[in-house]
Design a protein around this ligand. Structure first.
Ligand code: FEO
Length: 411
């Protein structure tokens, strides 16, 4: 692994994480993720963001540093844009190799340096507009960007190269090495990837946004406004592609993703669980109705499909179909989990149809209505049936699918 020259004096060091671990202990990353860090060299040397000791990341970083003649002990400043341990977990080891580097973060970030890592010395809190002069014309500026993705976050700006170091913002799942494992290439820049490869990172970017960032969409819009007047030549996030050819593309894409928090695309996400196929029969009828109206949809069976992908499509869609049987006087448990995630991720403002069957006694309806009470959803009348679905109910369910699809078309 070598360092990649981004611009004069600016290098990207990246670690490809190929693992069966879950990201944040929750989200699957079957195609891995990359952890990017950056070197900015003036007369002094700054390292922006770090890694955690995960799938060989510190060794990959060390190799990349070595390729430009540096060691961790050569770093004068460690800038921590965000304290989540994927970017800082190796901090104590870094400190043991380099007791002299000054660590810069926001005031909230410095508190986390102390509480997470018990590092107390050579810490500097920075705030909006503060600068760090590295000499030789390299001056870094800091912009507080709270909640992308936790409250202490900031963005670092190198005016001389036009590079914006954004940590989680503008990132994606998917290891940069996904397409290069066997071809000897080591690519990181947007202009180095084919349209098909971009399509992969776009999808993984949306899943990353929905899983990690979607609760904070208002803050994404605020942060983009804050850097709107900068002449950005390169967006350098700490996950995923480095955007030097078309930085505006990823900024605009993130603004579009942020807009889904208010209004999704004209498509429907069908989320269903079924114990013995009785609820499934109703789902099929609703889908026939949606298809007759020609509205795009995706369908996810739970718990077979992980909530990570369910959340991605639900966040992007303007409407949902939720289908679940009653299970022990309440909702089918996997749907309770999905709705809990939706509440935590602020999946608001959707048009929703709920359907489902019950066998011995109902209960899903009451449980469901309590679960969604604060989600600000626009629900059409639900449909429940006992046992096998009747021909009359099938016709009604197909019509409900059409009704929801027409609402989506006319939004
Ligand atoms: Fe990539 Fe919020 O950490």
């Amino acid at each position: 692994m070598k360092a990649h020259l981004v611009s004069n004096g600016v290098y990207c060091l990246h670690a490809d994480i190929i693992t069966s671990d879950l990201f944040e202990g929750i989200w699957p990353i079957p195609d891995g993720v990359s952890l990017n860090a950056y070197i900015v060299r003036g007369e002094k040397t700054a390292l922006i963001d770090l890694v955690r000791d995960w799938a060989g990341a510190p060794r990959q970083l060390e190799e990349a540093l070595s390729s430009i003649g540096l060691k961790f002990s050569d770093i004068d400043y460690l800038i921590l844009n965000h304290l989540e341990p994927d970017h800082t977990g190796w901090l104590r080891e870094f400190r043991s190799q380099n007791p002299n580097a000054e660590i810069l973060a926001t005031a909230k970030g410095i508190n986390l340096v102390k509480s997470f890592y018990k590092v107390e010395k050579k810490l500097r809190a920075v705030k909006d507009g503060d600068t760090l002069d590295l000499g030789a014309g390299k001056v870094l500026s800091f912009f507080e960007a709270p909640n992308i993705h936790w409250p202490e976050t900031m963005i670092t700006w190198d005016e001389s190269s036009g590079t914006l170091f954004t940590c989680d913002a503008f990132g994606s799942f998917g290891a940069l090495a996904k397409f290069d494992k066997d071809n000897g290439k080591d690519r990181i820049f947007d202009d180095e990837f084919s349209p098909e490869e971009h399509a992969f990172f776009e999808k993984e970017g949306l899943r990353y946004y929905a899983n990690i960032v979607s609760s904070f969409s208002l803050f994404v819009e605020k942060a983009v406004r804050k850097v709107d007047n900068l002449e950005i030549k390169c967006v350098a996030p700490s996950h995923g592609l480095v955007w030097r050819q078309n930085p505006k593309k990823i900024i605009d894409r993130y603004l579009k993703y942020a807009s889904y928090a208010k209004k999704g695309e004209k498509e429907i996400t069908v989320i269903w669980g079924s114990m013995y196929g009785l609820t499934k029969a109703g789902v099929d009828a609703v889908i026939r109705g949606i298809e007759k109206e020609g509205v795009p949809y995706s369908a996810h069976r739970i718990p077979d499909e992980n909530v990570s992908w369910v959340l991605m499509d639900a966040y992007k869609s303007s409407a949902l179909v939720l289908a679940m049987p009653t299970y022990e006087y309440a909702m089918f448990p996997p749907m309770s989990y999905v709705l809990d995630i939706f509440r935590r991720k602020h999946i608001y403002g959707k048009k929703v149809l709920r359907i489902g069957s019950w066998g011995w006694v109902g209960g899903a309806k009451k449980d469901y209505e309590a679960a969604i009470s604060d989600l600000k959803w626009d629900s059409i009348e639900s449909c429940e049936w006992q046992g096998a679905v009747s021909e009359a109910d099938l016709a009604a369910l197909e019509e409900k699918g059409r009704e929801l699809a027409r609402l989506v078309k006319n939004q």
